[in-house]
Ligand binder design. Structure first.
Ligand SMILES: Cc1cc2nc3c(=O)[nH]c(=O)nc-3n(C[C@H](O)[C@H](O)[C@H](O)COP(=O)(O)O)c2cc1C
Length: 174
């Protein structure tokens, strides 16, 4: 099985998560690449795609990347986000990504918090309707932390198991 861990990251949070996912894959045929270096994806069986949540959704470059994946792949999604883990703000981005991946099998998702650049928090603090969100974003400081990265490695293990044993990628061709 050929595995690609592809990620987009602006301030390094999603890159750290991608590195942890990559480290968690007990598999030798694997590559870790930023999306702009992913190249031809035809040969991969399982593709991990990681992105930062932006404006409750998927950044435009990641949308473009997801649309460029050749049909019929197994996909595992991961994201970093300033909002609380498992919260609506992060989930909406996964739903957006899922809607772009029809024709593929999405085998799982993982999200963890990622600290938000102070300049964005300052901007949001200035507008009254964004202040609650700005405080939530502020509390993501220090993430992804060791526990987040541990969970990311476990996610990778689970996805590999799932791809091999549930989605049949481990079966030898007849
Ligand atoms: C322009 C912008 C918009 C963002 N919008 C959201 C959002 O809607 N929800 C959220 O949870 N985090 C949001 N964030 C926070 C990022 O998702 C978070 O900091 C992420 O970990 C950044 O990852 P990166 O370092 O890989 O770029 C936003 C950050 C920026 C810069």
């Amino acid at each position: 099985m050929e595995i690609l861990v592809a990620y987009y990251s602006e301030t390094g949070n999603t890159r750290k998560v991608a590195e942890a996912v990559f480290a968690g894959l007990r598999h030798t045929r694997k590559k870790l690449l930023p999306i702009d270096q992913a190249g031809d994806m035809t040969g991969y069986d399982l593709i991990f795609c990681g992105f930062p949540v932006q404006h409750h959704g998927v950044p435009a470059r990641m949308v473009h990347f997801l649309r460029s994946i050749p049909a019929g792949k197994k996909i595992a999604l991961f994201a970093s986000h300033g909002s609380l883990r498992g919260g609506e703000k992060a989930l909406s981005a996964f739903y957006a990504a899922l809607s772009l991946l029809q024709g593929h099998t999405v085998i799982g998702t993982f999200g963890c918090r990622g600290q938000v650049k102070p300049q964005m928090i300052d901007e949001w603090m200035e507008s009254p309707q964004h202040q609650a969100w700005a405080r939530e974003a502020q509390s993501a400081s220090g993430h992804p932390d060791a526990a987040d990265l541990h969970d990311a490695r476990e996610f990778a293990e689970t996805m590999l198991y799932s791809a091999e044993h549930i989605h049949g990628l481990g079966k030898k061709p007849r």
